[in-house]
Design a protein around this ligand. Structure first.
Ligand code: SF4
Length: 201
């Protein structure tokens, strides 16, 4: 997996890289330092196809956005910042009544009464990229959980949240640049289903 922006050659990672780091820091080492890809492409494509279909259906439902005071939206927005060293594509950038902006991402998943750290960090990354790109306030982000009747969950965005998020981005680059081999995750449950379990000692 390449960390350099193809156009400018600036080092950049994606929200997926950061989410994988949050799941287990060793993912970054295996993917970026040892260049060992995950072997889940086929399964991923099946899931992605199903997700895309569901997303198309849900995204046409304007009432979802109306409920949160959305007055305009842009779809499939590519965002990149050399300064923040992150690039990615967010499902929607919403303009809210108060003039602030917010990312909205659709997940083909159920809402379990809390937001996983990985999803929260992804939303914060998009929020930071939107703020940087548009120079407008971003005080929140939203995740739509398709398998929970399109439940829309708000993720607050504060300056402290963004600072915490970009510390994590720095930690990802620390592994990539220094070839740093991080500790294993403490969750053995994650290891039992991990694509790297046979090489991770
Ligand atoms: S086996 Fe466990 S520690 Fe190793 S990469 Fe997978 S989740 Fe992380």
């Amino acid at each position: 997996m390449e960390v350099f922006n193809e156009v400018t050659a600036a080092p950049m990672i994606t929200p997926s890289d950061v989410m994988e780091y949050c799941f287990c820091p060793r993912f970054v080492y295996f993917m970026h330092c040892l260049k060992i890809p995950q072997h889940e492409q086929r399964r991923y494509k099946v899931i992605l196809g199903r997700e895309m279909h569901q997303r198309r259906l849900v995204r046409n439902r304007a009432y979802l956005r109306k409920k949160i005071g959305c007055v305009a939206k842009q779809e499939d927005v590519y965002l990149a910042s050399e300064r923040l060293k992150v690039r990615g594509r967010v499902d929607e950038v919403l303009t809210l009544k108060d003039g602030s902006l917010a990312p909205l991402d659709y997940k083909y998943a159920e809402y379990k009464d809390y937001i996983f750290k990985t999803l929260r960090i992804q939303t914060l990354l998009y929020a930071g990229l939107i703020r940087e790109t548009y120079s407008r306030p971003v005080q929140q982000g939203f995740i739509c959980f398709i398998r929970s009747s399109n439940k829309l969950v708000r993720v607050p965005v504060s300056a402290d949240d963004l600072a915490e998020t970009w510390k994590i981005v720095d930690q990802v680059f620390e592994i990539i640049y220094r070839d740093f081999f991080p500790k294993k995750t403490r969750s053995r449950r994650k290891c039992s289903d991990c694509t790297y379990k046979n090489i991770c000692v």
